[in-house]
Design a protein around this ligand. Structure first.
Ligand SMILES: N[C@@H](CCC(=O)N[C@@H](CS)C(=O)NCC(=O)O)C(=O)O
Length: 341
């Protein structure tokens, strides 16, 4: 008979510097999962490993995190193990929350020793607030990955191009072109369909995916790639400024909506994991742009001359206290032990 150790384990695909892959990692600590509960697999976004056809089969968006969970509990050789892939941090966190719920622990005889706080909100009002806070920080206007690449002025472009933005954008474009060429070569050889494990239709789909992704990366590539243009750079700076303005407005909204000390009040919840990851990235970007640390860097960034107008704001007391409360969580200390990202 198969022992518990032989059972196929869930696999969480992450990248250490990723914002949204930090959400399930925060959740794992908050829920008291042990390292043996699942395997963590690294997907290097800087090398575009998330664009490999094998990864796109798991997550058709080509993003991290992905949680792959075995759905048939068997190691019998005749029955292939089946898997289900969950491809978004919101669903993954909710799944991790439910999987280690009190009734499941009790059914396993672990109920008394195991501490597994429930992260989903207990009331209708709590759920509505939680959903709206999570939607706010996941909105494209506040995309923390864009902020990392953003340039508010022409002076900011050069260091970004020589640093993280250049590495990221050029690494991704190179990987996309490499996979595109491989799949193209593959589909040119499909006269013998048995020789190719992927169908012609699947290859077509992949090629379209790579073309669309290259198109989506094109504005940043024309700033940080080898053939940057002045016009693309100016447009990118305008877009960056508008995003920084929206950040000021969003922080004012959070000041109104957060209940304190945590997002929904006294209990840590799903929303806190998403907000922790988002704040950590926002502050990391501010620290890289301003000669200041932590909330001082964020406040300085909000006062930047390129972010004039209604986006210019001071941080409110609730947001300040909220960030301190998040920083005191063991989950924060575990996930950000090497610094904010
Ligand atoms: N809505 C998705 C967003 C995931 C996402 O954008 N992940 C980023 C890293 S934080 C990524 O994988 N980016 C790679 C890419 O878009 O090429 C989620 O919450 O899981």
């Amino acid at each position: 008979m198969a022992s518990a150790n032989d059972r196929p384990r869930a696999q969480l695909y992450v990248f250490d510097g990723s914002v949204w892959a930090s959400v399930p990692r925060i959740g794992l600590v908050e829920k008291g999962y042990s390292p043996s509960d699942l395997d963590i697999k690294q997907v290097n976004l800087l090398k575009g490993e998330n664009f490999a056809p094998s990864y796109l089969r798991l997550n058709p968006n080509g993003t991290v995190p992905t949680l792959v969970v075995p759905t048939s509990d068997t190691t019998s050789e005749e029955v292939a193990t089946k898997f289900r892939a969950i491809t978004d941090s919101k669903q993954i966190l909710a799944f991790l929350d439910e999987s280690r719920s009190q009734h499941i622990l009790e059914a396993k005889g672990q109920g008394k020793d195991a501490a597994a706080p429930v992260l989903s909100p207990a009331t209708i009002e709590g759920k509505a607030l939680s959903d709206s806070l999570i939607a706010l920080v996941h909105g494209s206007d506040l995309d923390p990955n864009f902020l990392l690449l953003s340039a508010r002025t022409l002076e900011e472009v050069k260091p970004l191009k020589e640093g993280i933005a250049g590495v990221f954008v050029n690494g991704q474009v190179a990987a996309l072109k490499r996979y595109q060429a491989q799949v193209q070569a593959d589909s040119n050889q499909t006269s013998n369909p048995d020789a190719n494990p992927r169908s012609a239709a699947h290859n077509e789909q992949l090629l379209k995916w790579y073309t669309d992704k290259l198109h989506a990366l094109s504005p940043a590539y024309h700033v940080y790639g080898p053939e940057s243009t002045q016009q693309a750079t100016q447009l990118f700076i305008q877009l960056s400024r508008s995003r920084w303005q929206k950040l000021g407005a969003a922080l004012a909204q959070l000041e109104r909506q957060i209940r304190g000390p945590y997002a929904l009040g006294d209990q840590v919840s799903l929303a806190d994991a998403h907000l922790m990851a988002w704040f950590a990235r926002v502050i990391a970007v501010c620290e890289s742009k301003e000669s200041a640390k932590d909330l001082d860097a964020l406040e300085k960034a909000l006062q930047h001359e390129a972010v004039a107008g209604e986006g210019r704001s001071m941080l409110g007391p609730k947001v300040r206290a909220y960030w301190q409360a998040l920083k005191s969580r063991p989950s924060f200390q575990a996930v950000y032990k090497d610094g904010l990202h």
